[in-house]
Design a protein around this ligand. Structure first.
Ligand code: CMC
Length: 370
């Protein structure tokens, strides 16, 4: 038995939710470029869960269900009040998602119908939790969800209590479309492994949130912004990047396990970064990002991934840095739950083997003689 480090190249599941073939990402057979340019996030959620794009009435029904489910049980808001204000929002989200199960009467109901209800609640309530904690840590009361608003509009509204700029809503909605699913990425795999024991959907999504938090996965978008700020200005880029590469340190927002010719999502975020920068009269982060990309690609052949230009997009939208990865979670919840529903449909426990490389033939010695 020989291990493959990081399971590189291992095909660990079949799925009809999304695929990456020859660098092209599709959701249910639709090219991400097509969806990014044309679909709303709610349409994508429907597509991922039900396998086809919704009709007018199907979309209206899903939006109504999401809107009606957006309020979080009061005890969950109460526990958010107890958390230290400086807790990373992803850590808060991990605990809060787990706690949602305690107040859901269908939590242990494993029927397909109940699991779909829970997927709707998770999708609707994750934005509410993130917005509520953001306000509480600043000493403000949470804002109740706005009835009938899209997930993107409602999230921005709940952060401030003020109707958001339609340009910001559109940009966030597109970012949500781009992050919604990504084949067997680390957090989705974590979610599938968890529910393959026939554990509940809340446990699966809690595992997925924990996996997304890491800087090699969803946490990279926050790390990119830290890097841009650390560099400070366009003149310092050259020294900074060359220094990092000389020390063989990772550059956040670059590289990918699957895409070697470039992440198809990055170009959309780059364009958004430019357009938002231009419309706000501040292209500093965009200009720095473009220069960094040129240097890193030229020196190391690494291409930007989805997280690289997300950092400047969210910063230009005025979103606090530690909400970047939680926004990724808002979007990816749709993919996690689609994969979890798919796992339940054709389940087998996921239990691979390990190559043992430890000591052999050890004999027990009583503690007095060690
Ligand atoms: N900066 C510098 N060198 C890199 C980077 C990077 N970002 N990514 C890969 N490399 C190097 C790596 O050191 C290795 O070099 P060598 O062969 O000389 O040892 C080579 O490229 C191959 O990389 P790898 O480590 O085999 O790649 P991996 O498939 O194990 O890891 C990755 C993929 C995305 C974790 C990695 O590229 C990385 O750490 N990137 C930075 C973090 C990041 O941006 N993560 C977001 C990923 S995309 C969205 C998401 O999943 O959330």
């Amino acid at each position: 038995m020989t291990a493959t480090k990081g399971l590189e190249g291992i095909v660990a599941a079949t799925t009809s939710v999304s695929s990456i073939v020859d660098g092209v990402l599709t959701y249910r057979g639709y090219d991400i470029d097509d969806l990014a340019d044309n679909a709303t996030f709610e349409e994508v959620v429907y597509l991922l869960w039900y396998g086809s794009l919704p009709s007018h009435s199907e979309l209206a029904q899903l939006k109504a269900e999401l809107s009606a489910s957006a309020a979080v049980p009061a005890p969950v808001i109460d526990i958010l009040r107890l958390f230290p204000a400086n807790t990373p929002t992803m850590a808060v989200l991990r605990t809060a998602v787990s706690s949602l199960a305690l107040y859901d009467p269908e939590a242990e109901d494993m029927s397909k119908e109940a699991n779909l209800h829970k997927a709707i609640r998770l999708q609707a309530q994750i934005p509410t939790i993130i917005a509520a904690f953001t306000r509480l840590r600043e000493g403000n009361a949470p804002v109740s969800p706005k009835e009938g608003a899209s997930i993107a509009e409602n999230f921005l509204y709940m952060l401030t209590g003020v109707d958001p700029d339609p340009v910001a809503v559109k940009a966030l909605d597109k970012a949500l479309v781009l992050h919604a699913d990504h084949e067997l990425n680390a957090s989705t795999f974590a979610g599938r492994v968890t529910v393959a024991t026939l554990s509940d959907i809340y446990s699966g999504v809690t595992s997925a949130v924990g996996a997304l938090k890491g800087p090699l996965h969803g946490g990279a978008n926050e790390a990119v912004m830290n890097m841009l700020e650390e560099i400070g200005s366009i003149d310092h880029i050259d020294d900074y990047i060359r220094g990092k590469l000389d020390r063989r340190e990772k550059l956040m927002g670059f590289g990918h396990r699957v895409y070697k010719g470039g992440d198809p999502r990055a170009k959309h975020l780059q364009k958004m970064s430019y357009e938002l920068g231009k419309s706000t009269g501040n292209l500093k982060w965009y200009d720095m990002s473009v220069k960094i990309e040129g240097l890193v690609t030229g020196l190391k052949g690494l291409r930007p991934n989805v997280d690289f230009y997300s950092a400047s997009v969210y910063t230009t939208l005025g979103i606090p840095r530690d909400l970047f990865t939680p926004i990724f979670a808002i979007s990816r919840c749709s993919g996690w739950t689609a994969h979890i529903l798919e796992q339940y449909e054709n389940n087998r426990i996921i239990r691979p083997r390990a190559e043992y490389v430890g000591q052999a033939d050890q004999k027990y010695i009583p503690v007095d003689f060690r």
